[in-house]
Design a protein around this ligand. Structure first.
Ligand SMILES: [Ca+2]
Ligand SMILES: [Ca+2]
Length: 218
């Protein structure tokens, strides 16, 4: 019987060691598993970018058929405070820390241009209206299209940039156009992915490939 008890104790130790090893392996393989998910916004903006990219639904783009920019009612004054969506974005993005602009101004992220003249700036839909149309918005009703075109809920959806870069971009996606300022690529790629995910829009394969490249190293 003594022999059986000894074997039993050895077995118990082996099982105990295996449990410890298993827990350690589980933690090593997935160190975030015990995380309560309350990481800072800055962490979420950078560390999660590739994972977010993988959450995009990949599908070929639809056609332009039926598209009309006017189907997206834009620059409304949703909260009725006398400041329309363009005005709201300019107000939100105005900063007082720009060199040479002590009274305040704007930084156009796409090209690094700074100005205190809002007349030089367009408000860009990071995901262009026509791109939205081709990736799911053609099925939306007018109300949802208007909400998309005036999206102030995430500051990454609309951005004040020089009219020149906004027009150069047109309705191109990241496979066809990238911000000339390389330093803006991480912001742009993340803003693009976040906007498409929030609105349930699809992405075509060339676009996903370009985003992966754009977000590499972010
Ligand atoms: Ca308003
Ligand atoms: Ca696309």
């Amino acid at each position: 019987m003594g022999h059986v008890r000894t074997v039993g104790r050895v077995l118990a130790r082996v099982v105990g060691a295996l449990v410890v090893l298993g827990v350690a392996a589980w933690w090593l393989l997935d160190p975030g598993a015990g995380d309560d998910g309350s990481g800072s916004a800055a962490d979420a903006d950078t560390a999660d970018a590739p994972a977010d990219l993988d959450r995009l639904v990949v599908a070929p783009e639809g056609g332009e058929e039926g598209y009309d920019r006017e189907l997206f009612e834009h620059w409304v004054d949703a909260d009725g405070d006398g400041c329309d969506t363009r005005c709201e974005v300019l107000e939100e993005e105005r900063r007082t820390d720009l060199a040479g602009l002590p009274d305040g101004g704007w930084l156009s992220l796409y090209d690094g241009y700074t100005t205190d003249d809002p007349g030089e700036l367009d408000i860009d839909h990071v995901v262009p209206l026509a791109e939205a149309w081709r990736s799911g918005a053609s099925d939306w009703d007018a109300e949802r299209r208007e909400a998309f075109a005036n999206d102030l809920d995430d500051p990454r959806a609309l951005v004040a940039v020089t009219a020149a870069t906004n027009r150069a971009k047109g309705d191109r996606d990241p496979a066809e156009w990238q911000p000339p300022a390389r330093g803006a690529w991480c912001w742009y790629g993340e803003a693009w992915v976040a906007t498409k995910l929030r609105w349930g829009l699809t992405a075509d394969q060339a676009e996903v490939d370009a985003l992966r490249n754009m977000l590499a190293g972010c």
